[in-house]
Design a protein around this ligand. Structure first.
Ligand code: UTP
Length: 466
């Protein structure tokens, strides 16, 4: 331990971070060891570079002026090179051939929702009261059954969600997945720094204020946890990537996978047409021939509201964070560690001051660093954008009930409305005041509902089809 102490305290001193050892004398032996383990994970050079670059800012206005609508396969697009049917058949074949695995990012802290457990454990089934994790696994198991193949489910956690997520899957018999199908792995962390001095914040006398390194941390996390190798050994070539907080996502959507394959894309992004110009979604754009995402918070309003001569929105494509990623492309990206930039977020981060007092700042005092998965897009030689129908693919659970959008209530409504549509399209009338929910293991889409329809009569009470 003495060696590690000498080495780390010298590095900290060299970077003006000696305060990290100010409580050392008060720590027990075990606290000292776990504290040194935390310090080992910190790249002091990187933190110094990130802080010294903190005055650099991207000129979003000129970037937004250069931004064009991305070349996209639109909904019912008569000019698309491939039909949805061709794409679907191609995607189905790749799934049947065992070339596809699913990645679900579930390391976020869910601050806006105000739920103190991993978001995947949030109950969202409007009739079933199932959790987000259960809905996604049912959807994946539905695909496994339909295509007669086992599909790995790779769940990325963070230190904030890892233990609870593992316990949840353990105590729920992995929600029906086999031990080989469920792969839980933990993303990395980054220290929060004081915004004015660049000093690393401590959240107790024996720990650093660390937070997950963003969903873009997935590239190094997959590598570090041996998942690239395990996937290659299993013959996996493509990952279907989705976020835990979107219950409408169809696990391993074959049509999206098929477009990706037919276009020989390395990274494919599903988008929706923004409901209104300043909607809080990332804007998928094309700049100098590469696909980029400009966050809503970075897009100047003038660019957000600008229209084409026919009155349509110039930057119409909203990111819903559903991607297809090629394994080979991810491996290349991981070799270039500096490939994904860190974004800075000014946040109020609790810390201990030099007297060991806990301080809970009311306003942002700190900078947190996060990588975003969509920064992989401009690295792809070939990236395509495919439009989805928001009613069928996107109902995020971001905010607590009471907020105007993206709440548990709006997501539950979207699920009920989708399933009512499927039933109505199958000739089953559902009265307005009745809730319905379809477990994707029972039927994955409207075609599967129609196949089961002979057995159904009109529905008069809230009903869960499972
Ligand atoms: P969000 O950016 O919406 O963050 O994550 P969040 O943690 O869910 O919610 P807030 O911002 O604290 O309110 C989008 C998706 O990316 C995952 C989340 O779990 C979610 O599925 N994510 C986010 C990670 O896996 N790791 C991260 O470091 C950040």
């Amino acid at each position: 331990m003495q060696d590690a102490f000498d080495r780390l305290s010298a590095i900290a001193a060299k970077h003006g971070q000696s305060h990290l050892f100010q409580f050392w004398d008060q720590l027990s032996l075990s606290q000292r060891q776990s504290y040194l383990d935390q310090l080992e994970t910190i790249d002091f050079d990187q933190i110094a570079k990130l802080f010294s670059g903190h005055e650099e800012s991207i000129d979003w206005t000129s970037l937004a002026n250069k931004a064009q609508s991305p070349d996209a396969i639109r909904l019912n697009d008569p000019n698309a090179s491939f039909t949805a049917q061709q794409a679907r058949e191609c995607g189905e074949q790749a799934i049947k051939d065992g070339k596809v695995a699913m990645i679900m990012v579930a390391g976020g802290q869910g601050t806006r929702l105000g739920f103190d457990q991993p978001k995947g454990m949030f109950r969202i089934g409007p009739v079933s009261n199932r959790t987000l994790f259960a809905m996604h696994v049912d959807s994946l198991r539905g695909a496994m059954r339909k295509y007669g193949v086992s599909i790995p489910f790779c769940v990325m956690t963070s230190p904030a969600t890892d233990i609870a997520t593992r316990e949840y899957f353990d105590s729920h018999r992995r929600l029906g997945l086999s031990a080989e199908e469920l792969i839980i792995f933990c993303q990395g962390t980054m220290p929060a720094i004081d915004a004015s001095s660049g000093k690393i914040l401590m959240d107790s006398p024996s720990s650093i204020a660390l937070s997950p390194d963003g969903h873009g941390g997935i590239v190094s996390a997959l590598d570090r946890n041996g998942i690239f190798k395990a996937a290659a050994d299993r013959g996996i070539e493509h990952f279907f990537y989705a976020q835990v907080d979107n219950p409408l996502v169809r696990a391993c959507d074959p049509t999206l996978i098929g477009y990706h394959l037919l276009a020989k894309s390395q990274m494919t992004t599903q988008v929706v047409s923004k409901r209104f110009p300043t909607e809080k979604v990332g804007n998928v754009v094309s700049i100098d021939g590469r696909t980029h995402i400009i966050e809503y918070s970075d897009l100047p309003e003038s660019a957000a509201i600008s229209t084409n001569p026919d009155g349509s929105l110039r930057l119409w494509a909203g990111n819903i964070a559903v991607h297809i990623l090629d394994l080979a492309f991810l491996i290349d990206a991981s070799k270039n560690n500096s490939g994904l930039p860190f974004h800075r977020a000014h946040k109020a981060v609790p810390y201990v001051d030099s007297h060991g007092q806990s301080i809970k700042p009311a306003s942002p005092n700190a900078i947190k660093f996060e990588r975003f998965v969509f920064d992989l897009l401009p690295l792809a030689g070939k990236a395509i954008v495919v439009e989805g129908d928001p009613k069928e693919v996107f109902a995020p659970v971001k905010n607590a009930d009471g907020a105007a959008t993206d709440t548990p209530t709006t997501a539950k409504q979207a699920i009920v409305e989708q399933h009512k549509r499927w039933l109505e399209q199958s000739g089953i009338h559902v009265p307005d005041n009745v809730k319905v929910e379809i477990n994707p293991y029972w039927a994955l889409d409207v075609e599967e509902v129609q196949k089961k329809i002979q057995k159904l009569s009109n529905i008069m009470v809230d009903t869960y089809f499972a």
